[in-house]
Design a protein around this ligand. Structure first.
Ligand code: AMP
Length: 292
């Protein structure tokens, strides 16, 4: 695996090859690894970008305390089959303060967009730069961030990027908690409260399988399982428009965001009107990240 720091170097490495890109902010865990493995299965070289994007942090303190460890990440990426690790500096990504931003209307406005102002503009801008600068044939994103996936799909279509967008299932710890770089900040005592998110979503998946199609009733099934957490939203949303859905009539995701202690967690399941759902995949062992 090669490590490069400039767009020019990435392009010269993957020119003409059908590269699959996996954008990350590093501090890799099994969720990232599953995306990298999926990308490896596509046949072309796998490029992983590692960039903690200042533009997408709505709270400076979150940017400051975001965990970083390039050596550790490089080891995990190499073992997961990454061919090229692109780790640009902030100066490489934003040589001058960006005057061009990508804003995806409507899709980025509810849920995460409402609670994290400016977040999706930062995400959409950096993803557009990665697509333009690397020119991958495919890019893999986690369904864990379902609204982000919808935003990326939309910007790809609207800006005519010839990139195939692939969504990958959410990877969960054996107890159901969605794996996240933020989980290292969850206090031992708060673990049970954190599990309320996934157990509420699993209950809703069972209800969908049993015939429930009403958005409000599915949302209250999730709320009922949330204990000592500060709920930001529980919402059934259209998978592509990310708009609230009253009745499940096409692919949708049921999403929840809550603060557990001072850690903000998000989770979701994907549901279909035929009663099926994607609740993600569970690890058999505790995560490589401590306390997950
Ligand atoms: P991040 O490094 O947090 O920006 O995440 C990079 C990519 O990994 C995004 O596409 C996320 O949706 C995805 N991801 C994060 N956590 C998980 C997870 N538990 N399962 C699957 N994908 C994930």
């Amino acid at each position: 695996m090669k490590i490069v720091k400039t767009f020019t170097a990435v392009r010269s490495e993957v020119a003409g090859a059908s590269a699959a890109l996996v954008p990350t902010m590093g501090f890799l865990h099994e969720g990232h690894v599953s995306l990298l493995e999926l990308a490896g299965g596509l046949g072309g070289p796998v490029v992983m970008s590692l960039f903690v994007n200042p533009l997408q942090f709505d709270r400076p303190v979150d940017l400051e305390r975001y965990p970083r460890d390039l050596d550790r990440d490089a080891g995990i990426a190499a073992a997961a089959g990454v061919d090229l690790l692109f780790a640009p500096t902030v100066e490489e990504m934003y040589p001058s303060p960006p005057r061009t931003r990508v804003r995806v209307d409507s899709v980025s406005e509810g849920m995460e967009g409402e609670h994290r102002p400016g977040h999706f503009e930062g995400v959409a801008t950096v993803v557009a730069k990665l697509f333009a600068g690397i020119q991958p044939e495919a890019a893999v994103f986690g369904r864990k961030d379902a609204q982000q996936l919808a935003v990326v799909r939309r910007l790809t279509a609207d800006l005519s990027f010839p990139v195939e967008i692939i969504g990958a299932p959410t990877v969960r710890a054996p107890d159901g908690l969605a794996v996240s770089s933020r989980n290292v900040f969850i206090a031992e005592d708060d673990r049970a409260a954190a599990l309320g998110l996934s157990s509420g979503l699993f209950a809703a998946a069972e209800a969908v399988a049993a015939g429930e199609r009403n958005g409000a009733r599915l949302e209250s099934l999730v709320r009922d399982r949330l204990g000592d957490v500060r709920v930001e939203y529980v919402s059934l949303a259209d998978a592509f428009e990310a708009e609230p859905v009253e009745t499940l009539e096409r692919e949708a995701f049921l999403a929840v965001a809550a603060r557990v202690g001072d850690v903000r967690l998000i989770d979701n399941i994907v549901v279909w009107p035929d009663g099926s759902s994607d609740t993600g995949v569970r690890l058999e062992r505790p995560s490589i990240l401590r306390r997950m």
